[in-house]
Structures are given as structure tokens and as C-alpha cells.
Write a protein of this length. Structure first.
Length: 454
């Protein structure tokens, strides 16, 4: 008889457990619903209580907030994220807890009241942290609030959940908005080099890179224990809803479930940053007779449109060499329409002599540091020589491309590059006057016009 009773009790308990739990698809439980608690401190005022070390709150303060996280899909663990308003939030925080399946008590959108007295407060980067406390080597840190204490401090409003409206933003704007709030970003896609990967490596916290169509990047942080860990990353483009957290690092996004990922559009068109043009050319070369430190090379964009110099190079052939002696990578520079790019091998001396800094400072023995008898080529991203000064394999001394102690300036009527050196396009000053050049050494700064095409 005793065994029968015990068996019956076991069956009843099993039925109760089965009826309450099935995977993570729990029903919402009745939490500490209340109608008689009133908030008396704001998120901003709470933030102002943070000092240089962990603070324990001693006053009877109550904070009102809205739950924006959920551990139902396993991407959050022992943490609740709250923000101050359901729409247009001005701040948020992270509440560390020891409460599993917290979404049952505090579903997304719940208005909650937190009794702050005896809780601990700190800030990590821009993240406001609230919870219990633990000590490590004598240093206090905010830690998990025990489950029983959670129920003593965190109460839900009986009004029922509110609809949380994500704050719409972009990657480029994200540094200027509060952290620990729910955000929405459009036109995102996973970086091409991780397509084919899953959301996370099993049992490891995993970072995945998201990009927008301007190639701005942000990290999506995923748990290796989440329900969607093994799901492949979508290869399309779309909208992402996530919690923004900074945690003392670069901004990161955390989704609640795959319902936060709506990637249904085509991927961004490829951005082409490699362009060629025959409207950019060498416009002035300088080897001042009175100051070799004031040498420079000037490039000019004769078109009305800016030109991105991504993967463009300027290369030098010293004296009669037929092999490249040195190069300058022009990647990262844009020459505006009808504007110049001035390159100096001695930026500090250049500024001292000419009164303004060069656009690009490089090293000595570079293409910008010629002593007047070397040859130069301007090469586009595709390896094509767009413009040239001098004749490769011919030492410039005594020729019509010598500018030793002088200046070589492109004639003002020239508006397109020429891959074959043509003497008639240039006016050349030097200390010999050979081969039709002008015997008139040039002194800096008065005989040169860096940054100005005249």
C-alpha cells in the first residue's frame, strides 16, 4: 500500500512537471505583480551615484524600467537588460542575477520596479551594472543577485507588458546613443568571409561581423549554448533588432532569438574603390638649389570630380635604373576636383619652408626625394602607367628631363596625363640649361608653388 501511494505521488508530480515544462516553451508565470510601488529615482540619477568603485545603495530607492532581454533562446544567461522607457529610451542597465529562465517571470516588455536598497552598483565602460557583489583579491565587483533576492527586489507591474519600440540607428551613429537599449539597424549583412559559418562555435561565445552597405562594421555577439548556435548565417541583407551593449569595448549587438533577424533582401552592391583616370598627373617636381629638404612632388586632378587614389602608386627609377628604386602607395588619399596632392620627403622642413604641411609626408630616397636626374611614373590600380616624367633607363643629367637644383612644372594648358614623357608639356629649370632647359636654379620658397597650379 505504501509503495502504491508513493508511486501515485510520483506520477502526479511528473504530470505537474510535464505540464509546466516542455523544452524552453514555458508559459508565463505570475511574478511579483504589484500596483503599490512608485519609482523615486531615474536611470540618469542612478548613473550619477556611480563612483570610482562599487557602491552599495543604502537608501530606499525604487527604479522603474522595461525588460528588453530574454533568455528563452539561451543567448542571454543570468542577466536582465532594462531600459528607462518603452520608446525613445535615454538609458539602460544590466541586472546581474542567478535566476534561470527569467523570461517566465519577466517577459520582454514587462514594466518592473527594482527596490535598490542593499543592491550594488558600478559602471563598466558605459554599461551601468546592478546586482549582488563578490570579492576577488580584496576587490569588490558587481555579481549575480541570488534567485531569492531577485524576487525580493524586482517586481512586475500588473499593467502587463508594453510593446518595446526599438530605437532606429545606424552603425555610424551608434557611438552617440545610449548603451543597454534595444536598437534596430537596417541594410545589414554578415561579412562575406564568414558566410557559410554558423551563428556560434559550440559552447563558445562567438563574435560575428556585420556590415552595412558603406562597409561600416559592428560585432554581433552570440552564445555557443544558444538554441540557434548551429544555424547558418544568412547570406542575405536586412533588418536586425538587438540589444546594444558597450561593456568598456567597442559597441556590440546581442539578439534575443532568430526572430530578431529579418534578412530577406539582396546583399549590398559591391563598392568599387579602384578607379583609373587620365585626368590626374604629375604637375610639379622640386629640387631647390638652396634646400634639398624642401623637395616635393605635386600631383594634380584636372577633372571636376574627386578621385580616390586607392591602390595608385608613384614610383621612382633612380638615374638610369630600369628597375623600380622606390614607390609611394597613395591608398587612402582622395584628390578633389581641380586640386593637388603635395608629397614631401621631409614634412617638418616642408612646413617650415612653405608655411603649411604637405598632404603626405614620406621618407627620404622616396619618389618625392629626387635630386633632379631620376625618372617617375604614376601607376593606376590596374598596373597601367598613367603619367611619366623622364625616360626609364636614361640618367636625366644633361637631358631635357633634368631638374637638378631646379624645378619641373607642367605647362598650364596640359589637362591630361601622358604615359610617354613629352618635353613640350613641361617647363624645366636647372643648373645646366642643357637640351633646351632653362639655366636658372630655383630657390625655395619663392620659386615654387606647391598646392597651386599656375
Amino acid at each position: 500500500m505504501k509503495n502504491i501511494v508513493l508511486k501515485s505521488i510520483g506520477i502526479v508530480l511528473a504530470i505537474i512537471a510535464w505540464s509546466c515544462v516542455e523544452g524552453r516553451e514555458f508559459g508565463t508565470l505570475e511574478a511579483n505583480c504589484t500596483t503599490d510601488i512608485t519609482a523615486n529615482i531615474t536611470f540618469a540619477a542612478l548613473d550619477s551615484l556611480v563612483k570610482d568603485e562599487v557602491v552599495q545603495i543604502q537608501e530606499d530607492l525604487v527604479l522603474e524600467g522595461y525588460v528588453i532581454s530574454s533568455d528563452q533562446a539561451g543567448n542571454f544567461f543570468n542577466v536582465l537588460y532594462l531600459q528607462d522607457r518603452p520608446t525613445n529610451p535615454s538609458g539602460g542597465l544590466r541586472l546581474e542575477t542567478d535566476l534561470r529562465e527569467s523570461h517566465l517571470l519577466y517577459p520582454v516588455g514587462s514594466k518592473v520596479y527594482i527596490k535598490l536598497k542593499e543592491l550594488y552598483l558600478d559602471r563598466r565602460g558605459t554599461t551601468l551594472e546592478l546586482g549582488g557583489v563578490f570579492s576577488s583579491f580584496g576587490n569588490l565587483s558587481v555579481g549575480r543577485l541570488p534567485r531569492g533576492k531577485v524576487l525580493e527586489h524586482v517586481f512586475t507591474s500588473c499593467e502587463g507588458p508594453d510593446a518595446i519600440q526599438p530605437f532606429k540607428t545606424t552603425i555610424s551613429e551608434i557611438d552617440s546613443i545610449p548603451s543597454e537599449i534595444l536598437v534596430q539597424l537596417d541594410s545589414l549583412e554578415f561579412a562575406e568571409d564568414i558566410l557559410g559559418e554558423t551563428y556560434a562555435i559550440p559552447e563558445e561565445e562567438t563574435e560575428r561581423i556585420l556590415m552595412d552597405c558603406a562597409e561600416n562594421q559592428i560585432t554581433l555577439l552570440n552564445s555557443g549554448y544558444s538554441d540557434f548556435q548551429a544555424e547558418p548565417l544568412p547570406q542575405t541583407n536586412g533588418t536586425l533588432t538587438a540589444i546594444l551593449t558597450k561593456d568598456g569595448k567597442s559597441p556590440q549587438l546581442i539578439i534575443r532569438s532568430l526572430e530578431d533577424v529579418s534578412f530577406t533582401n539582396d546583399r549590398c552592391p559591391e563598392i568599387i574603390t579602384e578607379f583609373t583616370s587620365n585626368r590626374i598627373f604629375i604637375s610639379e617636381l622640386a629640387d631647390p638649389d638652396n634646400n634639398s629638404g624642401a623637395r616635393f612632388v605635386e600631383l594634380y586632378n584636372a577633372s571636376e570630380e574627386p578621385l580616390d587614389l586607392n591602390l595608385w602608386t608613384l614610383r621612382r627609377y633612380t638615374n638610369d635604373n630600369t628597375e623600380v628604386s622606390s614607390t609611394i602607395d597613395l591608398t587612402g588619399f582622395i584628390i578633389n576636383g581641380e586640386s593637388t596632392l603635395v608629397i614631401s620627403p621631409n614634412a617638418s622642413e616642408f612646413e617650415l619652408v612653405y608655411g603649411f604641411p604637405p598632404d603626405l609626408g614620406v621618407s627620404t630616397n622616396s619618389p618625392a626625394d629626387s635630386n633632379g636626374d631620376d625618372n617617375l611614373e604614376l601607376v593606376d590600380p590596374f598596373g597601367t602607367v598613367i603619367d611619366a616624367f623622364g625616360v626609364i633607363g636614361v640618367d636625366g643629367s644633361g637631358t631635357n628631363h633634368e631638374f637638378e637644383d631646379g624645378r619641373a612644372v607642367r605647362n598650364i594648358e596640359i589637362t591630361t596625363a601622358n604615359p610617354v614623357y613629352t618635353f613640350s608639356e613641361w617647363t624645366i629649370f636647372n643648373d645646366t640649361g642643357e637640351a633646351g632647359t632653362i639655366l636658372q636654379p630655383q630657390n625655395a620658397p619663392e620659386d615654387f608653388t606647391p598646392g597651386t597650379r599656375d
